[in-house]
Design a protein around this ligand. Sequence first.
Ligand code: NAD
Length: 437
Amino acid sequence: MEKQVVDGLREAFQSGKSRPLQYRKQQLRALHRLITERQADIDQALKQDLNRNTYNNSLFELIGIENDIKLAESELADWAAPRPVKKNLNSALDDVYIKPEPLGVVLIIGTWNYPWAMILQPLVGAIAAGNAAVLKPSELSEHSARLMKELLPLYLDKGMYQVVTGGVPETQELLKQRFDHIFYTGSSTVGKLVMEAAAHHLTPVTLELGGKSPCYIDKNCDIAVACRRITWGKFVNCGQTCIAPDYILCEPSIQDRIVEEIQKTLQEFYQKDPKSSPDYCRIINTRHFDRVLALMNECTIALGGESDRSQCYIAPTVLRDVLPHFKIMQEEIFGPLLPIVTVNDLSEAINFINTREKPLALYVFSSDKRVIKRMLTETTSGGVTVNDVLMHYTVDTLPFGGVGKRTNKKSLKTNNNAKIMETVEWADIMGDTHLTS
Ligand code: NAD
């Protein structure tokens, strides 16, 4: 079945129908219509998959897709145009240029945490580039996957773009086929399998992986503002965000104050009982629920800790005095647990970060420019936001991705293209836009 799908798409691609830019723009506009006309259905599916509210669906999935579509539509002619390059003596009288070409049939494999954005954002790029595409949404966000399969052929050219649903066997079957590029978002473990399968056909891959993203809070900063922003970025989508702050590093003298400020913010965001808050999500399934809950063993709970397996509910939880050898510090949490690890000073925090895998994202909160400068120059990570969290992801003109084990296409060139964003000047303006609803 998977072979038939890929063969069919290859035939359509080879017909040349996606070469005219007009065709690509038409498909992009159709995709835009899909996410706007069917937003209520998408909201319903996400409610069932993750108990996510409409506001956060727009903010975290649909606006990003929409912006990518608009950008691709307005820039397409420029992106697709031949680019003249500098000539040498031998070619002084010739036309010398680079001509962007569609690759062919690409495979996009997505995750369940943002099931629409993780598939449709790469699809925007695939359409703009003139490729045919197989979309493989995660089977864990099953309502979204089913809806995507139902809606896509109603809007897009089904000869060129197809959704394949299913789990591990279906994905493995797809990976046996020959693609011209594979764009994979997910865990490092499966990333290795994807790369292995791609190697068989020498297919280039883009890997969007995860990891632990540290958050250093300097004692010299507005701790209330820092905690408000961290609380938002950590607990939105129930902590199931690849660049969520994974853990806090701070000096022991401010640990109590941090707990206190997070508690105040949690009350404001989710009221007394987050379980009944319309703004608080759920863990995707019982397997992940059990995994996340087990990470709390050996930890001291400062806030939260309640859970209900029947609803895959884990309260926003802060863990204090966590030690580096605890299980929770050995893997990406990807859930609503926020450990605080104390360090004696900035040098120890930098050393802590540098003796682990290079983070996908790094956050530093400080009013002291020297602290910020040291953190930026003495650590390496995929991206940094200063005095805020997640925000570097939203800046289109910055690249996104990781380094080392968190490798993806952006980091294949050099570490220097890490995304860095400082929000010091406009810190206060941003404050209130981070409310969950
Ligand atoms: P997942 O379990 O849904 O797997 C992702 C995809 O891989 C799915 O489509 C699934 O069908 C497929 N898959 C799973 N096991 C497979 C196997 N054995 N063989 C072939 N295919 C298989 O999602 P996940 O891996 O739990 O995703 C969470 C991870 O993704 C986290 O580490 C997170 O940080 C990362 N992530 C990264 C980004 C980013 O942009 N860098 C974005 C979102 C999530």
